[in-house]
Write a protein that binds this ligand. Sequence first.
Ligand SMILES: C[S@@+](CC[C@H](N)C(=O)[O-])C[C@H]1O[C@@H](n2cnc3c(N)ncnc32)[C@H](O)[C@@H]1O
Length: 268
Amino acid sequence: MMTQLANDFRSRVQAYTPTAEHHDRLFAEFTTLTWADPVLAAHRRHVESEKLGFGDPAFHALWARLLATAVADFGPVDALEIGVFKGQIISLWALLATTHNWPVRVHALTPLTGAPLPPPSLWRSLLFRFNARFRERVQSGDFYADADYENIIRAHFTHHHLRFEDVRLSRGYSTDPALRTRLAHERFHLIYIDGDHTYEGALADIEQYAPKIVPGGWLVMDDASFDQLGTVFWKGYASVARACHRLPELGFKNVLTIGHNRVFQRQR
Ligand SMILES: C[S@@+](CC[C@H](N)C(=O)[O-])C[C@H]1O[C@@H](n2cnc3c(N)ncnc32)[C@H](O)[C@@H]1O
């Protein structure tokens, strides 16, 4: 299974061209692949019915292929998600690892708290009008209702008979100096950036965390296809797409795009 998935991923990378027609076709094919795989389909159905995450079903098929390729290329894999919300992706990684017996260590960097949008008021209107950072946070969906995210994620893992205790959790924001120090020497084969979607926030995550990816490893940027061609998928935010312009200078190449998930590989 691993070899088959990895070969499929590699052949898609080889054939990849960033045209509208190709992006639309890949998105449709990966959506079909997710629903045709019983493990991916059951996981995604649960996410949708319990409202446990965003994104498109097509991403599940991407993760299965990317994780398989990472294991095929590197053996034991360290995979980090920045911005976990209710655990859709880390639980999917853990489920894939358990199902296929893949050696994947799941890392998560996320606050596990909400950041609620202030209720409508004159103050909020003024903030929106005169504070560019607040306006960008609103426009890039950077507010989350208060909830017990840790319990929600634990329940999510339990539903799939997975152990949340095995996740290497860094609780906090990716900009937190103490967390940055603690992670200073960590290296990853795979990082998924899906935290702060403002330009400044996404760029900070790219500059701080992309260099931790080993040569040949991958960075997946969520909500990053605003300036990409395509007609059948939501493309994310201009802010995140603009932050991705920094990636070529850091040695990353956009090797595949599925909807608003863009896969960058660190060149060897
Ligand atoms: C769009 S949601 C993530 C969705 C999740 N990746 C999924 O696929 O279901 C963004 C998450 O990032 C968190 N977040 C926001 N800014 C962050 C930061 N600077 N560092 C880490 N997490 C952040 C939010 O609390 C929220 O849980």
